[in-house]
Ligand binder design. Structure first.
Ligand code: C5P
Length: 403
């Protein structure tokens, strides 16, 4: 990643949060990587860190007002927006996030944001209750729907001495997010990617089904990450209670394995890659009762099950050489052997293995622990991470496969 930020033009927006002091570290880290940094600070931001510190570190005068009080020079937010390769707002307060979400352009930072054509990264910093408030969360969802990248705050001690989620992510981590973005963006920009996610429901009668515990979180995190890197994502989702926000995600909601198969087989020929993350039911009831089955009339009951189509194997069979196919294996024993078997059988380019024996991996939780095995047999073992971070690892691997 050494050179990836070299000569990149980055607008750093700083707002009125105690975390503004970390902006100094952020500038140093970005400049060290060869980036050119132009600071835009809100009036409240200047109460927390002096423009002198920021202009010294960035080697550029800090912009705060629409025009310079000294000589009347007009600061063009439009020019600035066009100059940028990325805009990073760190720290971002609830107030700035609210203004960004609603286009309240009463300072230079917001006008620059509205003029900016480059990708925008937002690192919130605030008290835990402010962060959790539905107003803040809805505003963040709005920013996501504009295609902005939210760098989630971490949990820890806050300026109020309360402990919870709201600490701005550390500067080194923020720089790593930008590096990952620029390194995978060129590979994923405009690439068409099909992702299956969540469980499938196989109907028994109008009110009952066979399903599984898949939450869809991993697949949705993958869809969001691919979309943020500029890919055009078709997300084929089983029944899950998750939202999608990014404008690059086209979502197709399905219920059964057969519906998921039909959607996937239709979308795949036009695609550059498919990530098959869904926990597809292997079997469905042969007959679906049209009326609710009654215990009184049925007594003991036997369900006759027939196999569903294997979506991954079906796509593997029609895959062209320039298409990348990624599968998942959730195993409980002999993990690597089973995963390699699936990789070969389904003609995958790589497989993401998680074991139910690892605490914090697999269904329903927000974390995952994976091993990626590619078709040459290379294994990469990753530590336990949030599903969002795991998605970034998988998308990085996909980006290098697409090279
Ligand atoms: O169920 P199994 O462990 O074989 O799943 C491994 C991979 O195959 C996963 O990527 C899963 O999404 C995919 N799969 C599929 N269609 C099925 C069963 C599994 O695409 N019917």
């Amino acid at each position: 990643m050494g050179e990836i930020l070299k000569n990149k033009h980055i607008i750093l927006g700083i707002t009125g949060s105690i975390a503004a002091y970390k902006a100094a570290y952020l500038i140093r880290a970005l400049v060290k990587k060869g980036a050119e940094v132009q600071v835009v600070i809100t009036p409240a931001g200047k109460e927390f860190i002096t423009p002198l510190t920021l202009s010294t570190l960035s080697s550029h005068p800090v912009i705060s007002e629409f025009f310079s009080n000294r000589d009347g020079t007009w600061n063009s937010h439009v020019d600035l927006g066009l100059w940028a390769d990325a805009m990073l707002i760190a720290p971002a307060t609830a107030s700035t996030i609210g203004k960004m979400a609603n286009g309240i352009a009463d300072n230079m930072l917001i006008t620059t944001y509205l003029s900016c054509k480059a990708p925008v990264f937002v690192a919130p910093a605030m008290d835990l209750d402010m962060f959790a408030h539905p107003s803040t969360q809805q505003n963040l969802d709005r920013l996501r729907s504009f295609g902005n990248h939210i760098i989630e705050p971490t949990s820890g001690e806050l300026a109020s001495h309360l402990v919870g989620k709201g600490r701005m992510e550390e500067p080194d981590q923020i720089v790593a997010v930008l590096e990952t973005y620029f390194s995978t963006q060129s590979q994923l920009e405009k690439k068409k990617i099909v992702i299956t996610a969540g469980p499938t429901y196989e109907k028994i009668d109008p009110v009952r089904f066979i399903g599984n515990y898949s939450s869809g979180k991993m697949g949705f995190a993958l869809a969001e990450t691919c979309a943020q890197q500029g890919a055009e994502v078709t997300l084929i989702a089983g029944p899950v209670a998750l939202k999608t926000n990014h404008p690059n995600i086209k979502r197709i909601d399905v219920e059964s394995a057969e519906e998921m198969y039909q959607a996937a087989i239709k979308a795949f020929p036009e695609s550059d890659a498919a990530i098959l993350c869904a926990a597809v039911a292997d079997y469905r009831p042969e007959v679906q009762a049209s009326d609710k089955i009654k215990r009184e009339t049925e007594g003991e009951m036997t369900l006759h099950l027939v196999p569903n189509k294997d979506i991954a194997a079906s796509l593997g069979a029609i895959k062209r050489d320039n298409q990348i196919l990624v599968g998942f294996a959730l195993e409980t024993n002999n993990e690597t052997v089973h995963a390699i078997g699936k990789l070969k059988r389904k003609k995958l380019d790589f497989i993401v293995l998680n074991s139910l024996r690892d605490a914090g991996a697999g269904f329903r939780c927000d974390t995952n622990k994976i091993t990626i095995i590619d078709k040459k047999g290379h294994e990469t073992v990753y530590p336990l991470k949030s599903k969002q971070k795991v998605a970034e690892d998988i998308v990085n691997q996909l980006a290098s496969s697409l090279k």
